[in-house]
Design a binder for this molecule. Structure first.
Ligand SMILES: [Zn+2]
Length: 121
């Protein structure tokens, strides 16, 4: 039985609003996409799709977990996360829920289970 394997890669970089408005990153992203396409062809893979989303860091309370360094949204500060917007639905395992515990921003995996957003500790 033949299968089609679809593999996802996620990467990030910092950029400010002025740079986004001035398309500062577009040339660099186009260059990266071109190189990736060539690399995928080398491994008999096809680059099917790619997109870039800009998430305002402070507005969304986006940060890295202070314990494991996983990307997270502090749900204590942003209770609605992406407000159910389907545009972000595939980022659930890239950007975890999180909260503040004893002054530390921790993801759902590092928060104590007694915390509202703690799941596993
Ligand atoms: Zn963590």
């Amino acid at each position: 039985m033949k299968h089609l394997a679809i593999k996802k890669y996620y990467t990030s970089f910092s950029i400010d609003s002025v740079e986004i408005e001035n398309n500062v990153s577009s040339e660099q992203i186009e260059s990266l996409d071109k190189e990736l396409d060539e690399l995928f062809k080398k491994y008999n893979m096809t680059l099917l799709e790619h997109d870039t989303r800009f998430i305002p860091i402070e507005k969304m309370s986006l940060s890295y977990c202070e314990k494991c360094n996983h990307l997270m949204i502090n749900r204590d500060k942003n209770p609605t996360k992406f407000d159910g917007d389907e545009f972000y639905s595939d980022l659930g395992f890239i950007i975890l829920n999180g909260g503040t515990d004893n002054g530390m921003d921790l993801c759902e995996e590092c928060l104590p289970i007694s915390h509202r957003w703690g799941h596993f500790s």
